[in-house]
Design a binder for this molecule. Structure first.
Ligand SMILES: *Cc1c(COP(=O)(O)O)cnc(C)c1O
Length: 368
């Protein structure tokens, strides 16, 4: 059996009529930049999320950068974030001229360890960016209280956590703003690059919208120097066509994760991923910890199962951050997990037969 890591074609086939119609409409209307499809998607997404503003932009990385810039974060400032994420979370901090300050992760949940955050706060700290990694909520209630107490901006990187919740409150709505990525493989994915900022703050929303469009809300009226980071019409129309399915797809991911848990629970050489109580984990990725991880991945590959590692190197240990001189002892959990984590195939269209086959292959590897 072949089990790909993700299967975007299968999803397209299931909603082909709606997608094709959306694309055709954009072309017919030549509504390529801005226009009705962007406005409609922004409105629908904000409604679905229960926030006042959704500002579409070119990708999830820009969403973070735009937000940091419009919050006035820059040279001399520090922004605290997690050691385990995709580099977008920290490179955008660096791009503003500020310094990323990394914190290790919680052993059970892969998200920023709140117990180690407070000791990293200095007079220069301006914001904290937790990442709801793999779809798992960070300890957001405690983080929100801390940010309130220490007067810091709380920015949630929700690139992997569309509609994740803690105590029935959506990811991205706990602090000043949240950022989303609609990269094709994300839980809500475009057919190219796309991203968004969500916030309830009117002033911040307007600033972000302006900055993402060359510093202008009205053509030729440039209030500030900005950047070109617009959500394009084609992507907005595709996202608009996919949005009605997001809850159904998320439920399928949740069911798939539960079935993986069931099939894998008796294999002593692996640890199944934990889920924070009172939260809705949306399973962007299903990440196990495995003994002899690289050998297992090779064995699975040879048996038709595609896996991946998210991420092979914790952020502080990347070449890009060698100047920060991080040592393993500062990030013991991230460092240890680096050799253990393995992302198994996960997408809504994955079948129980696929999952059984993956689990059976893993068991076979350890028994052989
Ligand atoms: C995907 C991702 C991003 C960036 O999204 P792009 O749309 O690819 O720029 C940011 N943060 C995290 C955690 C991500 O997984």
């Amino acid at each position: 059996m072949q089990v790909p890591f993700v299967d975007l074609k299968k999803q397209y086939d299931s909603i082909k009529t709606a997608i094709d119609a959306a694309i055709e409409q954009v072309i017919e209307e030549t509504a390529f930049i801005g226009g009705v499809h962007v406005k409609t998607f922004e409105r629908l997404f904000a409604e679905a999320y229960g926030v006042k503003h959704c500002i579409g932009c070119a990708n999830g990385t820009d969403a973070i950068y735009i937000l940091l810039k419009m919050l006035g974060i820059g040279p001399g400032d520090e922004v605290i974030t997690t050691a385990c994420s995709w580099i977008s979370t920290s490179e955008t901090i660096g791009q503003t001229g500020a310094t990323p300050v990394f914190v290790d992760i919680e052993a059970d949940y892969f998200t920023i360890d709140i117990k180690k955050v407070e000791e990293k706060i200095t007079p220069r700290t301006k914001a904290i960016i937790p990442v709801h990694l793999y779809g798992q909520m960070a300890d957001i209630e405690v983080l929100a209280q801390l940010c309130e107490k220490r007067d810091l901006y709380l920015i949630e990187d929700c690139a992997q956590s569309h509609f994740s919740q803690h105590k029935e409150r959506n990811a991205g709505t706990w602090g000043i703003a949240g950022t989303l990525s609609f990269y094709p493989g994300k839980n809500l994915g475009a057919y190219g690059d796309a991203g968004a900022i969500i916030t309830n703050d009117d002033v911040l929303a307007e600033k972000c919208r302006m900055y993402a469009n060359h510093g202008a809300l009205i053509k030729h009226q440039h209030h500030i120097e900005g950047i070109n980071s617009r959500l394009d019409g084609m992507q907005a129309a595709i996202l608009g066509a996919k949005l009605p399915y997001i809850h159904q797809w998320t439920e399928q991911r949740i069911a798939n994760a539960a079935y993986y848990n069931e099939c894998l629970k008796d294999i002593p050489q692996i640890k199944i991923p934990g889920k924070r109580p009172d939260s809705r984990h949306t399973w962007h990725l299903y990440v196990i910890r495995a003994e002899r991880r690289n050998e297992l991945a090779a064995y699975l590959k040879a048996h038709g199962v595609e896996t991946a590692v998210h991420y092979p190197t914790p952020l502080p240990f990347l070449q890009a951050y060698r100047h920060l001189q991080a040592i393993r002892e500062d990030f013991p959990v991230s460092a240890a997990y680096q050799e253990q984590i393995l992302s198994l195939p996960m997408y809504p269209e994955l079948t129980n037969e696929h999952i059984q086959y993956v689990a059976q292959s893993i068991a076979e590897f350890y028994n052989s």
